[in-house]
Design a protein around this ligand. Structure first.
Ligand SMILES: *[C@@H]1O[C@H](CO)[C@@H](O)[C@H](O)[C@H]1NC(C)=O
Ligand SMILES: *[C@@H]1O[C@H](CO)[C@@H](O)[C@H](O)[C@H]1NC(C)=O
Length: 212
């Protein structure tokens, strides 16, 4: 079998066996330097089952703020096993009368399930400005398409607990209020570009800690 065909087949087998060295997972190595594409992979020999388990989402998050809303994250920065897998989870708590303020995740679709509560308005706004909203109750899920503004309003009589899964292990968030009022973009420009009254802009800048 000393033929060119044999060598071709043999080299295919060798390259296939190299391909099977692709890792099952890339548990984040927080001790190693982070690269622009994310965390380095922990040595698989040092990975344990605990890397794949995150505890803490059973505890309500702190809702002492103007929105009466709290959020706890199980994202790649504190859930090593989720790194590289393109999914993550969070828990939102919304007091009676509280809201999840309008925000968007530029790089992630979100899938929520209401674990506690009722009459929680869930909604998102499409890029053509059409609003999709409905009261949700315990057991309901709603999907919020990637990049679109969305919100929740707890109009029920009990606190709401909403679990949110994301199609990214490190979802980013752009909160409309903090984008406009929690930085040094001048109040004048915010007023001119949104048509809001300058006095209202200055009031919200003060509330959110913005300057200028
Ligand atoms: C909740 O957050 C508020 C405002 O940031 C803070 O003052 C308070 O100490 C926090 N409560 C707990 C239990 O961490
Ligand atoms: C993960 O990060 C969130 C948000 O900063 C924090 O509340 C939580 O305690 C962290 N969990 C762990 C296990 O580090």
């Amino acid at each position: 079998m000393n033929s060119p065909v044999f060598f071709f087949v043999a080299s295919l087998i060798v390259s296939c066996s190299y391909a099977s060295h692709v890792q099952d997972f890339c548990v984040a190595d927080y001790a190693a330097p982070k690269s622009p594409v994310g965390y380095a992979c922990k040595d698989p020999a040092k990975v344990t089952v605990d890397d794949f388990i995150h505890s803490g989402l059973g505890v309500p998050s702190n809702t002492s703020n103007v929105f009466k809303f709290g959020f706890s994250a199980a994202f790649a920065f504190n859930y090593s096993g989720i790194n590289g897998l393109g999914v993550s989870l969070g828990r939102a708590d919304v007091e009676v009368g509280g809201v999840v303020p309008i925000h968007a995740h530029p790089g992630a679709t979100e899938l929520v399930v209401v674990a506690e509560g009722s009459n929680i308005i869930g909604g998102f706004i499409a890029s053509n400005s059409k609003v999709y909203q409905k009261p949700l109750t315990k057991g309901d899920t709603m999907v919020l398409p990637q990049g679109l503004y969305h919100f929740f309003v707890n109009q029920g009589n009990t606190p709401a607990v909403i679990y949110a899964a994301f199609s990214s292990e490190s979802p980013t968030v752009q909160l409309m209020d903090t984008s406009l009022f929690k930085n040094d973009l001048s109040s004048d420009i915010v007023a001119k570009t949104t048509l809001l009254d300058l006095a209202q802009v200055q009031k919200l800048k003060k509330l959110f800690g913005g300057t200028n």
